[in-house]
Design a protein around this ligand. Structure first.
Ligand code: UD1
Length: 422
């Protein structure tokens, strides 16, 4: 298994092109199942999760254009659904593949999709997805780890109030409802920018959706969707991660093709901590505003609150900030796996349930570390970049899932970082 070696302590200076948002790209790919005409997506990230979902869609009948020149363009075409089964071996590699279930039901009337199972950051059930699709008239059973669904006739619009906010369930039911008969209203919907981006794409395909990006979404079902071309929004998590890399190393990075628009409360938290973020002609620049970073308390909440996907990176930043930072994780129950690893590098952190107290130390020192999820892994890379000495980050495949050419991008800003095979 590949590892990443980092010799820390170099202020990062340069520019990094931010890719399209992974969490938007995956749902946009699934949307191609809703039409028999091609969907072209621009600004696609070249990450392992996209490759894994491509395999799932190909099994279901999609032709997905390869992009040998890595231009970020992908065309997906599903003239007919050739299989309505998404098998365990493919779904388990990428949890978001479960989102093919609703579109398959909407287009074919039947679907069999493996349950994705839990993951390192929590149990992550799909009960809200099932509840929403059942409200649209699907009959759903669970058999041998598979969701089995069928729709007598066509899906029917419904008024659905989610009992808790879920990004995936909102997207899943919104996609299915585009082809339902009549009006669907989703209340207490998630408001993440990736949901609004998905709705823009679906509307370009002929759907009739209003309110995506707010807590109430109205979807007027249509008979069919057509082809479209869509540009994926910038990855706000990649943006925040590299902004923190600049601040953690006391460098300055210009982040291209992005903005602070989608960062939500993370912008205020970063600025309060002493991260300088300025708009530039081509995106934004990020640096340390003045002197040592300051401790700031954060609580992760649904958008526009502080994103759970930036929590690990922020904790890494707080590890050397002046003062005591309280970090509350409200979205996932087990999202502090980076803590023992950061402590191996000299961080002073105490965890009590879903809260962590980080007492800033003067500096971290390099160490061999390992993480069990995507964002935890990148928080260790940030710590390694800022630390004195050498850090080896094991299990690089987690990073490959969601960060395009991470090592190259950081190296281009002067980081002494390399991928080690084996
Ligand atoms: C998406 C993002 C992930 C991000 C998360 C929260 C993708 C591919 N992933 O994940 O990076 O961290 O949003 O911003 O876009 N829940 C239930 N029942 C359900 C669904 C969810 O109890 O049916 C719970 C989850 O276990 C979790 C919480 O709701 O505790 C939020 O999960 P959700 O918003 O659904 O996250 P994902 O869509 O899985």
């Amino acid at each position: 298994m590949d590892r990443i070696g980092i010799a820390g302590g170099v202020p990062l200076k340069g520019e990094i092109a931010v890719t399209g948002a992974k969490n938007a790209a995956l749902k946009l790919m699934v949307a191609a199942l809703l039409s028999d005409k091609p969907l072209t997506l621009e600004n696609m990230p070249d990450v392992a999760d996209v490759a894994a979902l491509k395999q799932v869609l190909e099994v279901l009948g999609a032709t997905v254009s390869d992009d040998p020149r890595r231009t970020g363009r992908m065309t997906l075409h599903v003239p007919e659904i050739t299989s309505t089964t998404a098998p365990y071996d493919l779904v388990r590699k990428m949890r978001a593949s479960v989102l093919v279930f609703g579109p398959l039901l909407a287009r074919s009337g039947v679907a069999k999709v493996s349950l994705p199972g839990g993951c390192a950051i929590g149990t992550r059930p799909v009960d809200l997805h099932i509840m929403g699709l059942e409200a649209l008239g699907a009959r759903i059973d669970l058999e041998d780890g598979y969701l089995l669904g069928e729709v007598p006739g066509r899906l029917k619009g419904a008024d659905i109030t989610f009992p808790m906010i879920s990004v995936g369930a909102t997207e899943h039911v919104m996609m299915a409802a585009t082809l339902a008969q009549g009006m669907t209203v989703l209340r207490q919907a998630a408001q993440e920018p990736e949901i609004a981006d998905l709705a823009i794409c679906l509307n370009a395909m002929g759907a009739d959706i209003e309110g995506a990006g707010t807590a109430t979404i109205r979807i007027n079902g249509v008979e069919s969707l057509h082809g479209a071309s869509h540009h994926v929004i910038p990855d706000r998590i990649e943006t925040g991660t590299y902004a923190m890399a600049a601040a953690a190393t006391d460098g300055e990075i210009e982040l291209l093709n992005t903005s602070t628009e989608f960062l939500g409360d993370a912008v205020q938290a970063l600025e309060a901590a002493g991260v300088g973020i300025q708009p530039s002609n081509r995106g934004i620049t990020a640096c340390r505003a003045n002197g040592r970073l300051l401790a700031v308390d954060i609580t992760t909440t649904p958008y526009p609150g502080f994103a759970t996907d930036l929590q690990a990176q922020f904790m890494s930043l707080m590890a050397t900030a002046e003062g005591e930072s309280h970090i509350h994780e409200n979205i996932f129950e087990n999202r502090f796996m980076h803590v023992p690893e950061l402590m191996r590098m000299g961080a002073d952190i105490q965890v009590h349930g879903g809260s962590a107290i980080v007492r800033g130390v003067e500096s971290l020192h390099g160490a061999p570390v390992m993480a069990t999820d995507l964002r935890a892994s990148v928080s260790l890379v940030l710590a390694g970049l800022a630390a004195e000495g050498e850090t080896i980050v094991n299990r690089v495949y987690h990073l490959d899932r969601g960060y395009e050419r991470l090592v190259d991008k950081l190296a281009s800003c002067g980081a002494r970082i390399e991928r080690l095979a084996g």
